[in-house]
Design a binder for this molecule. Sequence first.
Ligand SMILES: [Zn+2]
Length: 175
Amino acid sequence: MTREQRHRCMSRIRGRDTKPELVVRRWLWHQGFRYRLCVKSLPGRPDIVMRKWRTAIFVNGCFWHGHECENNRQRPSTNAAFWQEKFARNRERDARNQALLQAAGWHVIVVWECQLSPKRREATLRELDVTLSRIVLQQNSAPGKRYAMPDEGNEASLAAEPAAAYRPATAKNPK
Ligand SMILES: [Zn+2]
């Protein structure tokens, strides 16, 4: 096994909790978004799902999902045809799953690994912020809030709770 092959196997094993995905999850959490992970019942098993906003987010590794970017300048040279075909198949499958989700009324967001490199991360998250704000606005202004789920419906009221409402008056002079 060459070093490169071993590296690829490792990235495969690490699977779901890859770092780029964590960057997005942490950011979402801080923004007050709540989500579920790797929802198997949806096409393509989106990495992050926000049912309340009918939004599925895929955080795609550039290698396996065949992203045409810097990260993939050095494609494996042995068996090039095999890999090219594999990447093409992965891309097709991704596109198919995203189309299925969109047809079912889901917003689909794809964030690429390379967009989360330290240099590009801030801009990417800003862009994500704009996209999600638009989705939230659109859904809040839609009559009936068709997609609000009962299990996630009280998040907003929880967030609006005043935290320091019952601070005891004697707290200034603790004995
Ligand atoms: Zn990329």
